[in-house]
Design a protein around this ligand. Sequence first.
Ligand code: ATP
Ligand code: MG
Ligand code: MG
Ligand code: MG
Length: 439
Amino acid sequence: MRLSRYFLPVLKETPSEAQIASHRLMLRAGMIKQASAGIYSWLPLGFKVLRKLENIVHEEQVRAGHIPMLMPTLQSAELWKESGRYDAYGPEMLRIRDRHDRDMLYGPTNEEMITDIFRSYVSSYRDLPLTLYHIQWKFRDEVRPRFGVMRGREFFMKDGYNFDLTKEDALHAYNRHLVSYLRTYERMGLQAIPMRADSGPIGGDDTHEFLVLAETGESEVFYDSAVTDIRLGARDIDYDSVDQCQAVMEEFTSLYARTDETHDEARFNEIPEERRRSARGIEVGQIFYFGTKYSEAMGATVQGPDGKSVPVHMGSHGIGVSRLIGAIIEANHDDKGIIWPEGVTPFHVGIVNLKQGDPDTDAACEALYAAITAQGLEPLYDDRNERAGGKFATMDLVGLPWRITVGPRGLKTGVVELTSRRTGESEELNPEEAVRKLA
Ligand code: ATP
Ligand code: MG
Ligand code: MG
Ligand code: MG
């Protein structure tokens, strides 16, 4: 992409309404624009990152054997009256009446709708196990929307639902989700720690939240510092293997790690003192096993092997896709701007032309642009007629992992400068070497 043809409305001033770094930087880097409280337009740069995260989530869900689909944002109140949650959900639910006086709502989550889909088509245990998911906009009329996309009212969420014949099968689905979530966050360059949590209005007994440690996080958490040493890494997981998924679940959840709602001071004090941590965290996902809560209320039953009709065991599993962008920036920035992890960066490398209009410099930049693109990477080429200082500031703010600086002085000796955004280290290389280093 050439910056002269892109739409990247960066702000020089720090917006006063933004209280935390990620919100400030997303506004300043031209990623989002507030439309009304807690509701944002995703400008091209922000949209690009959102799509990248969405793709990672899709890839990891499909890898785990879960099936993508799409449900609408607007739902009929009827299903929610059946489950009993129409009244229980409270003022966080945005209620709408259509022209025929029908009660509608903007979905805050989709347990009811998916259960209705399930009961409409599935009637035999032979069709199980089944896990369906979608990535769709949600609306919750939060009392205090704040911190930009971290606590929006409209937000983008992946929510998946498993349907199983037995509790054991449903717990395998739970563990499968736990593993796939760990892999998802690691691909985004994040450490998200599963912590025992409270189930809130979704209901149920078994639930873990995934928390990214951050001073600006809204959750209070308590954990054994040894949990932060565990990584999933590149290990190969067979998602069909009950034992493998359970082993990962146990590895990641055996050490003490809880949110304040389930915190147990006595158990916490059993951890060696030097490993006891209390901190703040950002909730970037949650998994639930809730058994037959919705299937019983809504008649989602299947015929078992013995011919008897039984309600299915269910769970639901969510990832806050739009919130994750805030969490990634909270964990990856400095006072100049964002520092994107490689897996989610909107462009791979920035090209800064120090002397726009100089034929040799322009030609060298164009050649780099073509060579990088041919490698399957996306460059962002600052081809504007601007001073070098302004171009560097924009690149630092936007935070691409690499910058290649091209100027007449270097070109005289055949070199360009390759700079790492994270370390700030630069080296002079000939253009071919610089391109090779990016791969
Ligand atoms: P919170 O405790 O932050 O209000 P929640 O527990 O109500 O979140 P869930 O119902 O578990 O949220 O939804 C799944 C995920 O969706 C959360 O883990 C979070 O990452 C994301 N999410 C929830 N509410 C919001 C919001 N208002 N803005 C952005 N993301 C959100
Ligand atoms: Mg909430
Ligand atoms: Mg929560
Ligand atoms: Mg939650």
